[in-house]
Write a protein that binds this ligand. Structure first.
Ligand code: FES
Length: 123
Protein backbone atom coordinates (compact mmCIF):
# COMPACT_ATOMS: atom_id res chain seq x y z
CA UNK A 1 0.00 0.00 0.00
CA UNK A 2 1.08 3.55 -0.74
CA UNK A 3 -0.53 6.88 0.00
CA UNK A 4 -2.20 8.76 -2.83
CA UNK A 5 -3.06 12.41 -2.19
CA UNK A 6 -5.36 14.51 -4.35
CA UNK A 7 -4.50 18.12 -3.46
CA UNK A 8 -7.79 19.39 -4.96
CA UNK A 9 -9.98 16.31 -4.68
CA UNK A 10 -13.27 18.19 -4.95
CA UNK A 11 -12.27 21.14 -7.06
CA UNK A 12 -10.31 24.34 -6.86
CA UNK A 13 -9.75 25.55 -3.32
CA UNK A 14 -10.84 22.31 -1.67
CA UNK A 15 -8.56 20.58 0.76
CA UNK A 16 -6.44 17.53 0.09
CA UNK A 17 -7.68 13.97 0.34
CA UNK A 18 -5.27 11.13 1.09
CA UNK A 19 -6.07 7.44 0.72
CA UNK A 20 -4.20 4.14 0.84
CA UNK A 21 -3.92 2.47 -2.56
CA UNK A 22 -2.62 -0.98 -3.46
CA UNK A 23 0.12 -1.34 -6.03
CA UNK A 24 -1.26 -1.83 -9.53
CA UNK A 25 -4.40 0.27 -9.00
CA UNK A 26 -4.75 3.20 -11.40
CA UNK A 27 -5.05 6.72 -10.08
CA UNK A 28 -8.44 6.93 -11.83
CA UNK A 29 -9.77 3.80 -10.09
CA UNK A 30 -8.51 5.14 -6.76
CA UNK A 31 -10.22 8.49 -7.45
CA UNK A 32 -13.52 6.80 -8.19
CA UNK A 33 -13.24 4.75 -5.01
CA UNK A 34 -12.77 7.81 -2.78
CA UNK A 35 -14.91 10.34 -4.68
CA UNK A 36 -12.11 12.55 -5.99
CA UNK A 37 -13.31 14.45 -9.06
CA UNK A 38 -11.21 13.00 -11.85
CA UNK A 39 -13.16 13.09 -15.12
CA UNK A 40 -13.19 10.02 -17.35
CA UNK A 41 -15.31 10.58 -20.43
CA UNK A 42 -14.05 7.46 -22.21
CA UNK A 43 -14.37 5.23 -19.15
CA UNK A 44 -10.65 4.71 -18.76
CA UNK A 45 -10.15 3.42 -22.29
CA UNK A 46 -7.36 5.82 -23.27
CA UNK A 47 -9.38 7.80 -25.77
CA UNK A 48 -10.22 11.19 -24.24
CA UNK A 49 -7.59 12.88 -22.00
CA UNK A 50 -10.24 14.05 -19.51
CA UNK A 51 -8.48 12.15 -16.71
CA UNK A 52 -5.51 14.52 -16.89
CA UNK A 53 -3.63 15.03 -13.61
CA UNK A 54 -0.36 16.70 -12.62
CA UNK A 55 1.89 14.47 -10.52
CA UNK A 56 3.48 16.72 -7.91
CA UNK A 57 5.32 13.93 -6.03
CA UNK A 58 6.15 10.35 -6.90
CA UNK A 59 6.31 10.76 -10.66
CA UNK A 60 9.28 8.40 -10.92
CA UNK A 61 7.40 5.63 -9.11
CA UNK A 62 4.74 5.43 -11.84
CA UNK A 63 5.15 3.27 -14.96
CA UNK A 64 6.65 5.02 -17.96
CA UNK A 65 4.35 6.84 -20.34
CA UNK A 66 3.47 4.60 -23.28
CA UNK A 67 3.34 5.95 -26.84
CA UNK A 68 -0.46 5.72 -26.92
CA UNK A 69 -0.77 7.73 -23.70
CA UNK A 70 1.51 10.35 -25.24
CA UNK A 71 -0.68 10.44 -28.34
CA UNK A 72 -3.86 10.96 -26.32
CA UNK A 73 -2.14 13.54 -24.11
CA UNK A 74 -1.82 15.67 -27.23
CA UNK A 75 -5.57 16.31 -26.90
CA UNK A 76 -5.19 17.70 -23.38
CA UNK A 77 -4.91 21.34 -22.32
CA UNK A 78 -1.96 22.84 -20.43
CA UNK A 79 0.19 19.71 -20.68
CA UNK A 80 3.28 19.83 -18.47
CA UNK A 81 6.28 17.61 -17.80
CA UNK A 82 4.43 16.09 -14.82
CA UNK A 83 1.19 15.42 -16.73
CA UNK A 84 -0.26 11.92 -16.70
CA UNK A 85 -3.53 10.30 -17.66
CA UNK A 86 -4.97 8.93 -14.43
CA UNK A 87 -6.44 5.87 -16.13
CA UNK A 88 -2.97 4.80 -17.27
CA UNK A 89 -0.87 5.72 -14.23
CA UNK A 90 -0.84 2.75 -11.88
CA UNK A 91 0.40 3.10 -8.35
CA UNK A 92 3.58 1.40 -7.21
CA UNK A 93 4.99 1.19 -3.70
CA UNK A 94 5.79 4.89 -3.29
CA UNK A 95 3.50 7.69 -2.15
CA UNK A 96 2.12 9.91 -4.90
CA UNK A 97 0.57 13.39 -4.85
CA UNK A 98 -1.50 14.69 -7.75
CA UNK A 99 -3.37 17.84 -8.70
CA UNK A 100 -6.44 17.22 -10.84
CA UNK A 101 -6.22 19.33 -14.01
CA UNK A 102 -8.90 21.95 -14.60
CA UNK A 103 -10.17 20.14 -17.70
CA UNK A 104 -10.58 16.98 -15.67
CA UNK A 105 -12.53 18.76 -12.91
CA UNK A 106 -14.81 20.26 -15.57
CA UNK A 107 -15.29 16.88 -17.22
CA UNK A 108 -16.23 15.35 -13.86
CA UNK A 109 -18.92 18.00 -13.38
CA UNK A 110 -20.22 17.31 -16.90
CA UNK A 111 -20.44 13.64 -15.96
CA UNK A 112 -22.17 14.43 -12.64
CA UNK A 113 -24.81 17.09 -13.37
CA UNK A 114 -26.41 16.74 -9.92
CA UNK A 115 -23.15 17.86 -8.29
CA UNK A 116 -22.94 20.79 -10.70
CA UNK A 117 -26.48 21.85 -9.81
CA UNK A 118 -25.70 21.57 -6.08
CA UNK A 119 -22.54 23.65 -6.50
CA UNK A 120 -24.46 26.40 -8.30
CA UNK A 121 -27.17 26.36 -5.63
CA UNK A 122 -24.55 27.10 -2.92
CA UNK A 123 -23.41 30.27 -4.71
S1 FES B 1 -10.39 8.27 -18.97
FE1 FES B 1 -10.20 8.72 -21.09
S2 FES B 1 -8.06 8.71 -21.40
FE2 FES B 1 -8.24 8.30 -19.29
Amino acid sequence: MAKLTFVNAHGKGTGPLTIDVAAGVSILDAAEECGARVGHACGGNLACSTCHVYVQDGLDSLPEVADKENDIMDKAFDVRFESRLACQAKMGQADVTVEIAEESLRAWLDENPDARTAAHAKK
